[in-house]
Design a protein around this ligand. Structure first.
Ligand code: PMP
Length: 416
């Protein structure tokens, strides 16, 4: 082991604390120190190369060290790294808001509120939904409905909407009251009083990511939109994972031509380069916050609309256009389907495969997901398990050749 690597690992084990990580097991292990990236590849501090099968943490949609994204940040550094958005505008935020809102049908989501990560984008939608009701004569509508096994982030409000027991059960009762339903049938059976007290329903459209990559039935999103309209309930779409091309379209809601009242994005917004998020809403919602001073939206953070984040988000939108990212993605989605179908049909330890666009969950049996991911490293693939489901979520720029390598590495790893 190189001296640098040893030093970094020692300091990590002595002082760092990792998210969702049993620390004793971490300290007993030998962590990789990731030092460099290029395209779909990452290098560790020992010089070993890995395919980034998890797009870092579902974030780096255009891969790593992309010249256009890198340049956007250095260009912005020549101007200014950070300015306050409280009381000031900034050029990149203005340009980005205009570009982003133009991605939605005219007259739908035309207003954007920036924040820092997926969780704060969800918090923003929750607070907007509550304050909107206070300012439109329905203050009793304070509740939320979420789906079993949902994951919407880990700040207290967003975690209240979460239904994954491992993450959320221990904090239940400390956050916002939420009614959980398993699907449309259960939603329709909720008592009328519960629905009348509801501000919004929140869902991960098309697929629940942290719930081991479980897709919803086709057409469900449209049914949910109709139910919300019938009951005067707002619809919050959490596109933190699905936004920016992951499902094969720019946004998952486009598959069912559904417009939500709030749409939350993060991760892919900046190509994974900077922590930044956005919550979109309609003119109808925005209008409830106009008029008297007290109607101002009471939410915000120090790094709201950070110029570096905005600059690289703009560059990411340029990359979608210049590289025709979504066009080139379609055959790769089909190839992922073919490769995984073969794995499912022939691999002794692959129990099931679930895919939505360019993301898949490969459920293994007779071996733990963690063991497969550890073995996959030896075959040059980095990814993570969710229980016994291996996540395959490579950058959208991954080539067909690289995709074959990734699936082959998983195949070998799951046999060991
Ligand atoms: N919503 C979804 C659907 C997510 O997948 C995540 C993160 N995995 C979040 C929200 C929270 O995002 P963040 O970790 O950036 O706060």
């Amino acid at each position: 082991m190189r001296d640098d690597t040893r030093r970094w690992i020692e300091a990590d084990k002595k002082h760092c604390w990792h998210p969702f990580t049993p620390q004793d097991a971490w300290v007993a292990g030998e962590p990789l120190v990731l030092v460099r990236g290029q395209g779909a590849w990452l290098w560790d501090s020992e010089g070993r190369r890995y395919l980034d099968g998890n797009s870092s943490i579902w974030t780096n949609i255009h891969g790593h060290h992309h010249p256009a994204l890198d340049a956007a940040i250095t260009r912005q550094l020549d101007e200014v790294a950070h300015t306050s958005y409280l009381g000031f505008a900034n050029p990149r935020a203005s340009e980005l808001a205009e570009r982003l809102c133009a991605l939605f049908p005219a007259g739908t989501l035309e207003r954007v509120f920036f924040s820092d990560d997926g969780s704060t984008a969800i918090e923003c939608a929750m607070k907007m939904a509550i304050q909107y009701r206070q300012q439109t004569g329905e203050p009793e509508r304070t509740g939320f409905i979420a789906f079993d096994q949902a994951y919407h982030g880990d700040t207290m409000g967003a975690a209240s909407l979460g239904g994954v027991s491992r993450f959320h059960e221990r904090f239940r009762g400390h956050g916002v009251p939420v009614t959980f339903v398993s699907g449309m049938e259960a939603l329709r059976q909720l008592p009328a009083e519960a629905v009348r007290g509801t501000a919004a329903v929140v869902i991960e459209p098309l697929i629940q990511g942290v719930n081991e990559m479980t897709p919803w039935p086709a057409g469900m999103l449209r049914e949910l939109r109709a139910w919300c309209d019938a009951h005067g309930v707002h619809l919050i779409l959490d596109e933190v994972m699905t936004g920016f091309g992951r499902t094969g379209k720019m946004f998952a809601c486009q598959h069912e031509e559904v417009t939500p009242d709030f749409l939350c994005v993060a991760k892919g917004l900046t190509g994974g380069y900077m922590p930044m998020a956005a919550t979109f809403t309609s003119a109808a919602v925005y209008d409830a916050f106009r008029g008297a001073d007290e109607r101002a939206f009471y939410y915000g953070h120090s790094y709201t609309a950070n110029p570096l984040g905005c600059a690289v988000a703009l560059a990411s939108l340029d990359v979608f256009e210049s590289e025709k990212t979504l066009h080139h993605l379609q055959p790769k989605i089909a190839l992922m389907g073919e490769l995984l179908a073969e794995l499912e049909a022939t691999h002794p330890r692959v129990r099931a495969v679930r895919q939505c666009g360019f993301v898949a969950g490969i459920e293994v049996e007779g071996v733990t997901g963690a063991a497969v991911c550890l073995a996959a490293r030896q075959h040059g693939l980095l990814t993570r398990p969710i229980r016994n489901t291996i996540v395959l979520m490579p950058p959208l720029c991954t080539t067909e050749e690289e995709l074959r390598l990734a699936v082959h590495a998983l195949d070998l790893a799951a046999r060991e």
